[in-house]
Design a protein around this ligand. Structure first.
Ligand code: HPA
Length: 251
């Protein structure tokens, strides 16, 4: 069963016909909220809002270990992470959907491995390709079939937040090769890898990154919500297609 982790702008999955909710206790504490199980056009799916149902958990406070552990425990076969980002690359506009292929991690102080403590042996996992190739391919195919404009390939910079970046920080991220910037992509991706859970992300560009384009003189929060809501409609369509809905039966 596919799991969806929703970020800002996607705290509920309105196309999910909810069957039940599970409050999960994990060895790592509590996930961001109850896991929601249900069906999308008859196909099973589960959903977890990364920032909690009231959008109260800041990016650096999210219990990523508990979230991933819970999805794995309930036998998710793959995880689609939906997350908003700032656009650094010149062609990216607010409202665009992006399928990242690489990550640079600038976060700090977050618990970012399951492999520590209790005398457990040191383990190093391969993370050359941080996102699952098959899942990315499926997302790409779904976008193609639905004629959704998805920008394929982007380097995602994960920053600590919760504050947004300075213009100079964005210049530095660009020099490092980053195309988009967000606050939650790590350690989520690596924890999924440690659990051998196929994981891919769909990023929604909420704004030009600090100092760029319409954010040249600051990031204007009033516009963010509107942009996200518009784009999330497309994300919902993508998810429907990914779980196996056919466009002609309402999906
Ligand atoms: N920076 C970091 N995270 C974000 C941004 C941004 O500009 N927009 C949405 N999430």
């Amino acid at each position: 069963m596919l799991a969806i982790i929703g970020g800002s702008g996607l705290t509920t999955l309105s196309n999910l016909d909810v069957s039940h909710r599970e409050v999960v206790r994990t060895p790592y504490g509590e996930p961001s909220g109850a896991l929601v199980f249900g069906q999308i056009c008859g196909r099973p799916a589960m959903f977890l809002p990364r920032h909690g149902y009231g959008h109260t958990i800041a990016p650096h406070m999210v219990n990523y270990c508990a979230n991933l552990w819970a999805l794995h425990h309930y036998r998710a076969t793959g995880v689609i992470s939906v997350a908003s980002v700032g656009g650094i690359r010149g062609d990216l506009q607010p409202g665009d959907l992006v399928l990242p292929h690489q990550i640079i991690d600038y976060t700090w102080g977050r618990k970012s491995t399951f492999f520590e403590g209790n005398g457990s042996p040191v383990r190093h996992i391969d993370f050359t390709e941080p996102y699952d190739g098959d899942l990315r391919q499926r997302i790409r195919a779904a976008a193609n079939e639905l004629a959704i404009d998805l920008k394929v390939g982007a380097v995602y910079a994960a920053t600590q937040g919760p504050r947004l970046e300075t213009a100079a920080e964005i210049d530095r991220l660009e020099r490092d090769g980053a195309d988009v910037v967000g606050m939650t992509g790590m350690p989520e991706a690596v924890l999924a890898r440690e659990l051998e859970l196929p994981y891919a992300a769909v990023n929604v560009v909420a704004n030009h990154a600090a100092g760029r384009g319409s954010s040249a003189n600051g990031i204007h929060f009033e516009q963010l919500e509107e942009v996200l809501q518009g784009a999330m409609g497309q994300v919902r369509l993508l998810i429907e297609h990914l779980v196996g809905c056919q466009p002609e039966n309402g999906g």
